[in-house]
Design a protein around this ligand. Sequence first.
Ligand SMILES: [Zn+2]
Length: 655
Amino acid sequence: MTRTLGSALLIAIIAITAGCGKNSGIGGSAGDAAPTTLTANAQFTQELKLDDPQDFEDAKRGFMARPEGKILGADGSVLVDFEAFKFVDGKVPDTVNPSLWRHAVLNAQAGLFMVTNGVYQLRGFDIANITLIEGKTGWIVVDTLTARESAAAAMAFARKHLGNKPVSAIVFTHSHADHFGGALGVATAQEVAERKIPVIASEGFMEEATSENILLGTAMARRSMYQFGKNLERSPKGLVDTGLGKNVAYGAIGILQPSQLITQPTQELTLDGVRFVFHNVPGAEAPAELTFSIPERKVYGGAENLAQTMHNLLPVRGAKARDALRWATYMQEALDQMADSEIYVGQHNWPIWGKARIAEFITKHRDVYKYTHDQTVRLANAGFTPREIADMVKLPKSLASYPGTRGYYGDLRHNVKAVYQLYLGVYDGNPANLNPLPPQESAKHYLELIGGADKAVLAAQTAFDKGDYRWTAELLNHAVFGAPDNKAAKELLARTYEQMGYMSEAATWRNSYLSAAAELREGPPKKGVDRSFLIDMLKETPTERFLEAMAAGLDGPAADGKDLKINMVLSDKKESYVLWIENAVLHFKKAAVATDANATLTLTKPIFIKMMAGTAGVKDTLLSDDLKVDGSTIDLVRFFTLIDKAPGTFAIVTK
Ligand SMILES: [Zn+2]
């Protein structure tokens, strides 16, 4: 593991990961759908009304224009390719779950749409939507996509077709980066200040938005490569959708400071002549979130508590488990808050028209989360454990047959585990699981018992031929971890994951399985998180968050017995911190410089952030004029040498 000062920081935002190269691996290529997969997929066609035209009408309704070509990043990389998903149309391929395919076709309807008089949406420019509301003097922009580039392209497209009006207000629905990261592509901080453009968000937005994923960012970013299928080819054997939209635009992320916060449960505001009724809904889908209604236009904006999919109570990439009960409560309240709304707009997927249909949509969401919650609790109290409950809970027909809450992004089985985890943790109460062997060690024991990896592969092949993929994967996972050089085990496991991917209704599961198959063949990515494109957002992140992340990067064993104290002075902010190592723990406090410190480092916050983001190395920085060192430079280097850099390329499905 390499170490630099910037290393301390484990940054990324939900889906934000860098591109990655390919390692040489076992070769092999994506297979066709096996008979079991075909049978399983055919069941979806039989049991669900996949040809119901309503959603297709809604997804196309008000269509005005479709963008063409590509959106490029500053370095020339392709952030969005409007042609890449053209294949997602027509007859369902054998290698895609038919229900997911239907959803993928619906999400492929990109463009500018007129939702109702004075309300428009830009879809398919990124994973989320921009909702544009016509005010007296300009556009009220609800959410700003992930990247400056995608947001700027979307706004330019809107202006081309709707006329060149200024931005008159910006509303951030919540603290996830796919909804605010492109803010600077909509308006610069200078424009906002000069033209006094109101920027609205809920209480806690800024703190959550700039900090939520700092600490675990590297792990989340690496794992999100699986969830979003970032490195999969766009094809019927690869990425077809993410559940929330096609893909994230991995461009420059920034943020704007809100000028007005929604602090009350319900709060009215008139923005550019349009009356908004905002509702605070924190701690369900996101830690800071608001929904809104616009009574004069009969529009209800569901933010991301409502989307055309069952959502995640626990994302596959990893996060703190979300509160299903609170989510269901917000849905109950939403039934009142929607009032006389005739149109629902969400910040992902497509709208719904008609009061009764919207009420049904909200009710189904309420009950999917409530049912998941209550049945998990019931079965946990009856002594069942997460893996058992995940196999036991099935939605009642009235919920299972409703397309708007099918598991395209979230998955019922994973959500059941999230409910269990929120209340009882990951330990299931069985002492066999209190101190189990780490995977590689138990795998070696299993292989010994089986008579070696080759025998395990033989048994796995029999299970594979029967279509018993869950067992095949479990068995081969032991073979791959216990005998990492066994190529046959890796290839058969890759083929198994492929079938599991082809069958998955959840895009997040499909993408995870197919990414796993690709990495079994090619190895993990060579390159991890690129932090440089987060700089505009990190400027707004409180210094303490960086120091917490730095502390969590301290190599404990290497720091054992070390006794170092460093003053850090941010000259431009007039802030100073004392950092010290005690009991192999890095502590910090905001305080005047300590006279007994080994060294004092004086620098500006922008330089500090560059170092934290890894765009400036410690050596270069220490030798530059950008900072000043008093005391022992050697001690300062010793101090920062103890902090790990995690490259974010760790292996997941191999040892
Ligand atoms: Zn989102």
